[in-house]
Design a binder for this molecule. Structure first.
Ligand code: ADP
Length: 510
């Protein structure tokens, strides 16, 4: 090193030792090559260079620097270095070198030419900095990035697929769908909406729903419901609008709305589904009208048949004609069944049109129970009825006839649906302000999935429909009667395990 420095022009010989000590102590690897000699051999390297490469000084001196690349010759950095050396220029590259033990080191290499007084290049000084760690971190980062990019791509494809899947459902659905933002502006509508309301997407997109369709949606109750969907996550269902809409005329629509969720997270969007029930309601209305007219029309001839039958039965009894008398008695029973059915059907249509009249009086409840039990016992020879609970002094304000109708229905069902059972239990509980009546049978029972549905009009449980006669309106009527009394009617049952039908009613009407 000293020799090298000594050759350099303008170097104060007194500083030579200091320069030499500084270079030797540097933490960067330093090499000097002699470019005046063939194959530019290394003539100096410091300790850091030895440490960096794992070679000793004597294994380094005299070699061309290329030994550090081992077999890894095909590097762009080598071309850059070669060019710089040929032109005698400064150059900085990142090059892959290999330690003596074969391990890769990334070397940030800076080479600078040294020129003599005539400008000829005599040497090159190379400063090496080990950047292997940084490179590895960069590589790991790049791998992570590409992994993430791949995942993003996958997810995007997934999303595109689900979006396409979703929009194909939305577009084929036979319901109008609207997506609203928090300001009630329409963000999108499906094709069915456009076809149904005979408008183009662009005519509604971006508009505030309440201003659309000449203000047909601008109803205070609907506004209030929609405004509350987002802040309180308050969905609503079954809101009906009947209105004259431009281009499509009078329509009855039913609206459901809920906050949109995406991957379990609530979005600031409302999905409004609009179903046209105009036709369905018309058909229902026609069916109801038919039931009402038909049962009305049957009532009069039936009353006449019933009266005449009774007359004939009495005459046959007077003449001791047992054969006729029994025949008329059977016919009378059938007429009674038919009459009950007609009255039930009439009740259904009265309930539908809100025309059921109730007449409330105060009476002794035990008296009512006894009368209903007696009435039902007269129709059966197979079952007995056990009444428990209550007290002889229970006074209640209710519609006597309608409550008797409920009891007769429930007791009649208990007998009908327990063909093998011989006793039905009636229990009366006195509760604060309420009476509870439970009717227990040991019959065929009811599957849990039917517990709610049996109170619907014309619903009969599948598995019994063919075995037992009936039309499925008794419980519907009972439920409406109990509701009118501000009470509740429910069933507890399991298939094959019998049923308990219970209802509560307030003792006082107030
Ligand atoms: P119906 O007896 O004419 O079918 P209801 O309205 O009285 O009509 O009853 C509706 C349905 O409820 C019946 O079809 C039957 O499936 C079920 N159900 C009613 N009461 C009982 C009962 N006590 N045990 C088993 N099933 C019953």
């Amino acid at each position: 090193m000293d020799d090298f420095l000594r050759q350099l022009p303008h170097v104060d010989q007194t500083d030579i030792r200091l320069f030499a000590a500084a270079v030797s102590a540097s933490s960067n690897g330093v090499v000097i090559t002699d470019n005046s000699q063939p194959d530019e051999p290394i003539i100096y390297c410091n300790k850091a260079f030895e440490y960096l490469t794992g070679y000793t000084n004597k294994e380094i001196i005299g070699h061309n620097c290329r030994f550090l690349q081992d077999g890894d010759r095909d590097q762009e950095a080598r071309n850059l270095l070669r060019e710089a050396i040929a032109k005698g220029e400064h150059c900085q590259v990142e090059i892959r070198n290999y330690k003596k033990d074969g391990r890769l080191i990334w070397n940030e290499l800076m080479i600078s030419p040294v020129k003599d007084q005539d400008g000829n290049i005599t040497n090159f000084i190379g400063i090496q900095n080990d950047i292997t760690r940084r490179k590895e971190a960069e590589k790991a980062l790049a791998a992570e990035k590409s992994y993430l990019e791949e995942r993003v791509l996958e997810r995007t494809q997934d999303l595109q697929y689900s979006e396409a899947y979703l929009s194909s459902i939305i577009e084929t659905i036979r319901e109008s769908l609207v997506v609203l933002n928090e300001h009630m502006q329409v963000l999108s509508v499906n094709d069915h909406f456009c076809r149904f309301f005979k408008i183009a997407q662009d005519d509604i997109k971006g508009k505030v729903l309440f201003e659309h369709n000449d203000g047909r949606w601008n109803l205070p109750e609907l506004k209030n419901l929609l405004i509350n969907v987002l802040p309180h996550n308050n969905p609503f269902e079954g809101f009906e609008i009947e209105s004259e809409f431009p281009k499509i005329g009078r329509k009855l629509l039913v609206l459901n709305a809920r906050q949109v969720t995406l991957k379990g997270k609530y979005q600031n969007r409302i999905l409004l589904a609009i179903e046209d029930i105009t036709e369905r309601r018309e058909i229902e209305q026609r069916k109801e009208d038919f039931i009402s007219i038909a049962s009305h029309e049957m009532k009069t001839p039936l009353t006449s048949i019933k009266g005449n039958l009774q007359l004939l039965q009495r005459k046959a009894q007077r003449n001791n004609d047992t054969q006729y008398s029994e025949g008329f008695a059977t016919a009378s029973k059938s007429i009674l069944r038919l009459e009950k059915l007609i009255y039930d059907l009439l009740d259904v249509s009265k309930i539908q049109s809100g025309k059921v009249g109730f007449s409330f009086t105060t009476f002794n409840f035990t008296h009512l129970i006894n009368e209903a039990v007696e009435g039902i016992l007269a129709t059966t020879q197979t079952h007995n009825i056990i009444v428990t609970g209550g007290s002889s002094q229970i006074e209640i304000t209710a519609d006597y006839g309608r409550l008797e109708q409920v009891l007769l229905n429930l007791l009649g069902n208990a007998i009908k649906y327990s063909p093998d059972g011989n006793s039905v239990k009636v229990h009366i509980s006195i509760l604060p302000g309420y009476l509870k009546v439970s009717i227990t049978d040991t019959g065929v029972g009811i599957h849990e999935r039917d517990h709610k549905r049996i109170f619907e009009r014309f619903y009969r449980a599948d598995q019994i429909a063919e075995k037992f006669p009936g039309v499925g309106i008794g419980l519907y009527v009972c439920n409406e009667i109990i509701k009118e009394h501000k009470g509740t009617l429910w069933v507890e049952s399991a298939e094959g395990k019998g049923s308990v039908f219970s209802f509560t009613i307030p003792v006082n009407r107030s």
